[in-house]
Write a protein that binds this ligand. Sequence first.
Ligand code: FES
Ligand SMILES: [Fe+2]
Length: 296
Amino acid sequence: MKLPTGWYVILDSKEVQKKPLGITRFGVPMVAWRKASGELVVMSDLCPHRRAKLSLGKIVSDRIQCPFHGFQFDAEGTCRLVPEIKRDAPGIRCQTFTVREEKGWIWLFWGDSAQAPAELPWFKDRKELLHYSSYEETWPVHFTRSVENQLDYAHLPFVHKSSIGRFAKLDGEMKSECNEKFIRWSLREHGDAGIEFVFPNIWINLISSKYFLTLAFVPVSETETKLYLRSHRSYLTWPPFSWGMDLLDRWLNRWILSQDRSVVLSQEPSNSLMAEEQLVGSDRFIRHFRDWMKKA
Ligand code: FES
Ligand SMILES: [Fe+2]
């Protein structure tokens, strides 16, 4: 996929356990697995020998073994064993990706890894991560449409008239700031509540100092985007109260996303960069996002 370079959230850390996990990200088949130490590896899921899926194989002594002819690849992607000749073949290599694990996410640097900044695009000026509940779903839309939906505040009183848009007041003064790292805005006059999109793929809705949402838009392919939504809070964090609250949060998030989903799925074309649209003032964050996308 054609996307700007950067550190993208691609998975929740919990998703990668002992077995190899086959995924598609950026339109590329990838396999995620762990060494015995827990260290994470993400590499191409297609075996360089005859292109079978490595994710159908297994982990053997910190190597991934292809299910087809048993070639073994280490964490750097080098072939360490060809069973037929009983030795390695360093010339046979599988592409690996630069990844990090932080805040319960797995991040992949999309682009030349030599250019990868040391810092991840996290909201440093926010509180440390609180207790959170997670909810995820996959939408059959291009990355652009899912992100733009969360940059579009004018849809609140219409799409969400029965939920969060019911009391939305969009006629007050709005504070906003846009640059190459984030888009940030607030409709409230006091406090630090507000919404922030951190390039390339995280959105944060700071509702209060005790409660906020994060949403990662994970590009699967040209036609699919996976949404990882978390509700973070600093109260009712002890079981069994937390289970009830987590359940309620998940239910709310699913309901609100379902309101967005039907409208966003109706937009054509799915890749907004190919669209002919007549944008207005309230679309200024979308315009900024598209300018950033065009750098890809
Ligand atoms: S296809 Fe993987 S070892 Fe042959
Ligand atoms: Fe919405």
